[in-house]
Structure formats: structure tokens, C-alpha cells
Ligand binder design. Structure first.
Ligand code: SF4
Length: 728
């Protein structure tokens, strides 16, 4: 794409873990330096703007503290948090050849000595580009026979729960929210981390819609809503069932839609009968009248759009909560009208050819001759400290207890030293002298402090990829706009090179990104994709436009997409399941029900630790990404290193605004400054995730969170954490 003889403009895609997957135009000058990033005005969801995190992205790409070349830990430097700004002193520069040879040799030795499953990859969505997220890396670890990682930390509970109801993650198109007359944002901070939905919300608002936000915390979105309902953490499933109770009691359900499209209505109706407004009010902190009002408003407004986001499912009962909430638009038939229905994620619509990309078949030629064991990433602390020590099938070990201890950890696309729950257990694992740790990163982080080898990683401006989204329906090509900074390299390059050093002769390890994009799209003989919904897409189209809608979204006005309104859905019954056939077959409750989390105000543990902690995400960071940049830190300064408390909870502890307090439980403690917030429910405190090394005591909120897993999907339970607070 040409701009002027001196300037060139490239189509790229923001690959950070965000539903919006923005189309980003990058202007590059004659010296090959990126001089501008801007949202692509022609992309119907990006609409020409970027969020505050990425609008200044060049500060990140050209940051003076980028990791720019491979490094090896100096001998004798202990694995422990390194002083910020002095990390370089712990490492010595090596060439890529030296680093790759040494890493390959150590992985071979580890595999020979302890078995290949003693090697654990650890990655998540540091990039959500299709190639960067999971392609050459998966091939490499399958061929090696390394442990497989169950990538559960963020969205697995909600994703599986949605799929139990609807079979696949489809949702109403983002652009159609503008047609809604009621928008119910449930655990969805649209303004904070789904900003490209916001203009559609505003348009709906201008046309008379109401915005209701359900969230224990008064987010930016909640603060401007017509009605903010601050329920207690972990009570969402009770509220959803209470709404069903009222809807059914008053005959507000859509019987025709239910008869045609759903399975298990009678059983659900019986379950919902138990959830009277009075009982639900006692759990959620709402009044019975508010529950009735919300139910009536939700069921009688047309069209009604539900934006459900992943915060809801980070409680111990998060899977049941997402199931119950997801059933609401099916109960009222909200899907039938354009501008109605719901959205958790649109990712189920992107049928990438993962078989070709990930090559799980390579496990058959690994030393194991089979697929390796699976280790849950949400229990990394246990995986690093307990695996191999308790024997096969050990009780209470949530990571797979079979097989060897982990002796080599390969981290990329993630910063577990900051984001993994139970930080102190993770840290004990990372500090092990007998653990060989490789980290592929853009900056020094909480995790790189423990690296034996640190390898420089590219940003999305520096490599080519293809991407879908979980907040819209466009396939997008991200072209490399600039040369990699220093000696930074992409995931595809890194794992292809390592495979060759390991002696893996399969030709797939020599595939180029361009070849892998064609594989992801399953390009057929006629040059078009053969993936479902992508049959009209060619690489040339993507090169030209940057973004191409999926087939069902190609003509949104003439042929609007109304998911779940006809035909069968991919569940065992072929219907939207109020009653889960799969769960019942597994001997579990086929219906959602409210079970208070083991760490909540109703549990025994609350006698010792009575406050429910919301270990919150930031609006201006992406989990831990961006937290090192001064401009981004400034935007989060107001709540930095603070614990927000209801005034009654503060007073009961003799704590005043600005006091230094100790927040603690049996897993750990951190010191924070008290900040009073009357919008929080009493008994709930809130603190933001930050880098551990940027906290004075070297630990962040994850020193308090647990490795207990969600009811569905084995996800992390960041929002089911009990603590006590005491003045220092
Ligand atoms: S973080 Fe999200 S909103 Fe911001 S530019 Fe990236 S995709 Fe867009």
C-alpha cells in the first residue's frame, strides 16, 4: 500500500489479547522506521481509531529497554527478582547460534535423562496472531514429546460453558449492538477493554437504548451506565437463575423459540423455581425488587443485546455462571431480532486449519510415540514444585501427576512470573537450581529474572501473521512493516531453527510464514480457502484489503447474521442446551446451580479471611503487558499499589484513606495503600494486577490468588480469593 514516494503504509493487525483485533495502518519512512500507527478507517469495527494502549505503540517498539539480542545468565547469578533497571547485569550477550545450540543440547539432555515430558512449554496470548499464538511452536513441542500445556488461564471456563449451551462460540455481530434498545454488559468493561464496541453502544444510546452494567466493581463502563448493579463476586449464577425465575413466573419467555431451538426447558424451569428473588437477593446483595425490575426490563425490551465477558468466569463457579447467563437470550428469544442476542466471543467462527498448523501427528514420531501428558497452566506453581514428587495419581495435584518433574520450562507469549495465580508457589518453582528456563520476550519482566537463556522477540510490526478475532468477523493479514529491532525474531523463526538444531528432519520445520498462512487458510487448487466460512478468501484479497469478512458477514445489511435462529446447533442434542447432555453423561449436574465458591463470604475460610478480593485487570495494560511503559503507568496511577475498600470495612479495621495496609492470607501477603471506595459492595476489596517487581515487596496480587480451578474448563479462579487487611 503506497502513501508517498518516501512513505509506505502497511496493513498490520494488533495482536494483543483483546476482542477488537484492530486493523492497524503502519506508516514507514524511507529509512525503514515506523513513524505512525493508526486504526484503519475502512475496517468496520476498528473505524479508524486505536485504544490508549496501542495508539502510542511506537513507544513500545522503539523503547530503549527492549531486549534486543540473545543472552545467557551469568554463572553464579542466583535465580531471584532482579533490581529493575539492572537486569542486564545478570546476563551476558551471546549469538543466536550459541544460544540455539546450547538450548537444543540442554533440551536433548533433559529429554534423554528424564523423558521428554519433563520439558514444559508455557505460552498464552501474548500474541493472538494465528502463527504466533500456536503453529511452529506446537509442531516443535509435539515432535519433541514435551508435555502439552492446557491453556486455561483466561477464557477456558467461559468458552467451554458457552459451548455446552450453544456448541460453538458465535455471537451477534459487534456492529449490530447499535440496533439494540437495551444493552446488558455482564462482567464486561466495554469502555476499558473492548473499546471498539463502545461507538456502537453510544449509537444505540443516542437512539434511546439503555445500558445496564452488572459488575462488582464500578468500572469506567459501569460509571457511565444507566444502571450499575454491583453484585457480590461469584454470585452471577444465582442472579441469572433468579432472572429466569421472574421471567418464567411472569410468562415472559418465548415459548415458540424455546420449542423450536432448545433442549431441556422443563428441567431448567424447575431449577429456576428454586431461585426466588428473595433468596437471590440474599446472595447477590441486590433487593428482590431490583431483581424483578431487571428481569422484566431484560425480557420485555426488544431488541436486547447481552455483552458477556470473561471476568464472570474467573470465579470458582464461573462455568456455571456463564452457562446460566448465556441461556437468557435463548429463554427470551432475543436472538431472533437483529440487534438482539448476545456475545461472549466470536472466535468459533474462524475455522483455521489447526491440524496443518500444529501437526499433532508429529507426537507419534517423538521418543514417546504418543501425545504427551497435559499440564494445566493455571496450576504452574504445583507443576513446578510438586510434579514427580508425589507419584502417579497423587491426590489434590491439579496438574497431571503422572510422569516426571519439570526440568525445562520454555516460556513465550506470556509472563507467568506476574500473571500466574499463587505467585509464591510459581516463584519457588522458578527459583529451582535444577530447572532450565528459556524465555522469549520483548522486555525484562518478572519471568525473565529467572531465565537461563533470554531470547529477543518481535512485535507485530516486525513479523507477518494472519488473524481472526474474538470480537468481530473479519479475517485479517498482518504484514511485516519494519525490520526486527536488534536481533529480535518471531516465534515461527525461533521454533523452526530450534527444530533443525534438534535434528528434526520433517520439512514442515522449514515452512515460511507465507506458506503457513496458506496452510492456516487451507488454500485450495483454485487459490481460495477451503475453510468453512472462508471459501471466498484468497491471500491476494487479504494482501489488497488487509481485512475480509467471513462469508456469513459479507453483506450485513442485505443478509444480516442471526446466529442460533434456525437449523441445528453443534451440541449433542442438536439444540441449544438448557440441560447439558454432555455434563449429565459425565455424571454431573446437567443444569446450572449456585454453589458458593470455597473462598467466599459463605465459606468456612471466611472466618479467618473475611474479605473477598477482586484481583483486577487494568484498563491501560493488557494483563501484564505495557506495565513497564511510563506513559501507560501514568494512565493507571490513580489506583496503582492501592487496595480499594468499602468505608465500612476500612473503619472496622481502623484503616483510613492513604494508610499503608497489609493484605494477606495463607498463601502470601502484600503491602498496599488503602483507598476508600463506597461503590464496592461491603466485604469486597479490589487491587490491580501489576508486575511483582514493581511492588515494593516484590510480590503482586497473585501472591494472594489460588491454584484452585473453575468448575468447568479448569480455569484460574482469580476472583474467588479471600483475604484479611490490617493496618501496618
Ligand atoms: S489492544 Fe485492542 S483496542 Fe487496542 S489496538 Fe489492540 S485490538 Fe485495538
Amino acid at each position: 500500500m503506497a502513501a508517498s514516494p518516501q512513505l509506505r503504509v502497511f496493513h498490520t493487525v494488533c495482536s494483543h489479547d483483546c476482542p477488537d483485533s484492530c486493523a492497524v495502518l503502519v506508516t514507514v519512512n524511507e529509512e525503514g522506521r515506523a513513524v505512525k500507527v493508526e486504526g484503519d478507517p475502512s475496517q468496520p469495527v476498528t473505524r479508524g481509531f486505536l485504544c490508549g494502549k496501542v495508539a502510542k505503540y511506537l513507544d513500545r517498539v522503539y523503547a530503549p529497554d527492549r531486549v534486543l539480542y540473545p543472552m545467557r545468565r551469568k554463572s553464579g547469578v542466583a535465580k531471584a527478582p532482579l533490581q529493575r533497571g539492572h537486569e542486564l547485569e545478570a546476563f551476558e550477550r551471546v549469538s543466536w547460534d550459541e544460544a540455539l545450540d546450547a538450548i537444543a543440547a540442554r533440551l536433548k539432555e533433559t529429554s534423554d535423562r528424564y523423558g521428554p515430558e519433563s520439558i514444559l512449554p508455557y505460552s498464552y496470548a501474548g500474541t493472538i496472531g494465528v502463527l504466533g499464538y500456536g503453529s511452529m511452536d506446537r509442531r516443535f513441542f509435539h515432535r519433541l514429546g514435551a508435555s502439552q500445556l492446557d491453556r486455561t488461564i483466561c477464557s477456558e471456563a467461559g468458552g467451554q460453558a458457552w459451548n455446552l449451551v450453544y456448541g460453538k462460540k458465535f455471537g451477534m455481530p459487534t456492529e449490530d449492538f447499535r440496533l439494540a434498545k437495551l444493552i446488558l454488559a455482564w462482567g464486561a468493561n466495554i469502555h476499558g477493554n473492548n473499546i471498539h464496541l463502545w461507538p456502537f453502544v453510544e449509537e444505540a444510546w443516542r437512539n434511546g437504548a439503555r445500558l445496564i452494567v452488572i459488575d462488582p466493581y464500578r468500572t469506567r463502563t459501569a460509571a457511565v451506565a444507566d444502571w450499575h448493579i454491583a453484585i457480590r463476586p461469584g454470585t452471577d449464577v444465582a442472579l441469572a437463575l433468579g432472572l429466569m425465575h421472574v421471567i418464567l413466573d411472569e410468562g415472559l419467555e418465548d415459548r415458540a423459540y424455546i420449542a423450536e431451538m432448545t433442549h431441556g426447558f422443563a428441567a431448567l424451569a424447575e431449577r429456576a423455581r428454586e431461585y426466588t428473588p428473595e433468596r437471590v437477593a440474599a446472595w447477590t446483595g441486590m433487593t428482590p425488587g431490583e431483581i424483578e425490575q431487571l428481569a422484566r426490563e431484560y425480557a420485555t425490551t426488544r431488541p436486547t443485546a447481552l455483552r458477556l465477558n470473561y471476568g464472570v468466569q474467573r470465579a470458582e463457579n464461573g462455568g456455571a455462571a456463564v452457562r446460566a447467563i448465556a441461556m437468557l437470550p435463548a429463554l427470551t428469544g432475543a436472538w431472533k431480532m437483529r440487534g438482539g442476542g448476545g456475545q461472549l466471543s466470536t472466535s468459533g467462527a474462524f475455522a483455521w486449519d489447526k491440524k496443518a498448523l500444529e501437526r499433532a501427528d508429529l507426537a507419534l514420531v517423538s521418543p514417546l510415540g504418543r501425545l504427551a501428558r497435559v499440564v494445566n497452566m493455571s496450576a504452574l506453581g504445583q507443576a513446578l514444585t510438586e510434579l514427580g514428587t508425589k507419584g502417579p495419581g497423587a491426590e489434590g495435584l491439579k496438574a497431571d501427576a503422572d510422569g516426571p518433574a519439570v526440568y525445562a520450562l520454555f516460556v513465550y507469549n506470556s509472563n507467568p512470573g506476574a500473571v500466574a495465580p499463587n505467585h509464591n508457589a510459581v516463584r519457588r518453582g522458578l527459583e529451582r537450581d535444577d530447572l532450565f528456563t528459556v524465555v522469549h520476550e520483548q522486555f525484562f519482566t518478572d519471568t525473565t529474572d529467572y531465565a537461563d537463556f533470554l531470547l529477543p522477540a518481535t512485535t507485530f510490526l516486525e513479523h507477518t501473521d494472519v488473524q481472526g478475532a474474538y470480537g468481530h468477523y473479519f479475517v485479517q493479514l498482518s504484514k511485516q512493516a519494519i525490520e526486527p529491532q536488534g536481533e529480535a525474531r518471531s516465534n515461527v523463526w525461533l521454533f523452526g531453527q530450534l527444530a533443525q538444531r534438534m535434528g528434526f528432519a520433517e520439512p514442515c520445520f522449514r515452512d515460511t510464514p507465507e506458506e503457513m498462512i496458506r496452510q492456516a487458510l487451507a488454500i485450495g487448487a483454485d487459490g481460495r480457502s477451503t475453510n468453512a466460512g472462508m471459501e471466498h478468501i484468497t491471500v491476494e484479497d487479504l494482501e489488497r484489503a488487509g481485512h475480509v469478512p467471513l462469508a456469513f458477514h459479507a453483506h450485513p445489511e442485505a443478509q444480516p447474521f442471526l446466529p442460533y435462529t434456525s437449523g441445528s446447533v453443534p451440541t449433542p442434542s442438536g439444540k441449544i442446551e438448557f440441560f447439558s447432555v454432555a455434563l449429565a453423561a459425565a455424571g454431573l449436574d446437567g443444569l446450572p446451580g449456585f454453589v458458593p465458591p470455597a473462598e467466599s463470604r459463605w465459606s468456612e475460610a471466611a472466618k479467618k479471611y473475611p474479605l473477598e478480593l477482586l484481583a483486577r485487570k487494568n484498563d491501560n495494560y493488557m494483563n501484564s503487558t505495557f506495565a513497564n511503559l511510563p506513559g501507560h503507568r501514568k494512565m493507571e496511577a490513580r489506583t496503582s499499589q492501592r487496595i480499594e475498600m468499602h468505608p465500612a470495612d476500612a473503619e472496622a479495621r481502623g484503616v483510613a484513606e492513604g494508610d499503608l495496609v497489609r493484605v494477606f492470607n495463607d498463601r502470601g501477603a502484600i503491602e498496599l495503600t488503602a483507598m476508600l471506595n463506597a461503590h464496592l459492595p461491603a466485604g469486597v476489596v479490589a487491587a490491580r494486577l501489576d508486575w511483582a517487581k514493581l511492588h515494593p515487596g516484590g510480590a503482586n496480587v497473585n501472591a494472594l490468588t489460588s491454584e484452585r480451578l473453575t468448575d468447568i474448563g479448569g480455569g484460574a479462579t482469580f476472583y474467588s480469593t479471600l483475604v484479611q487487611v490490617a493496618k501496618v
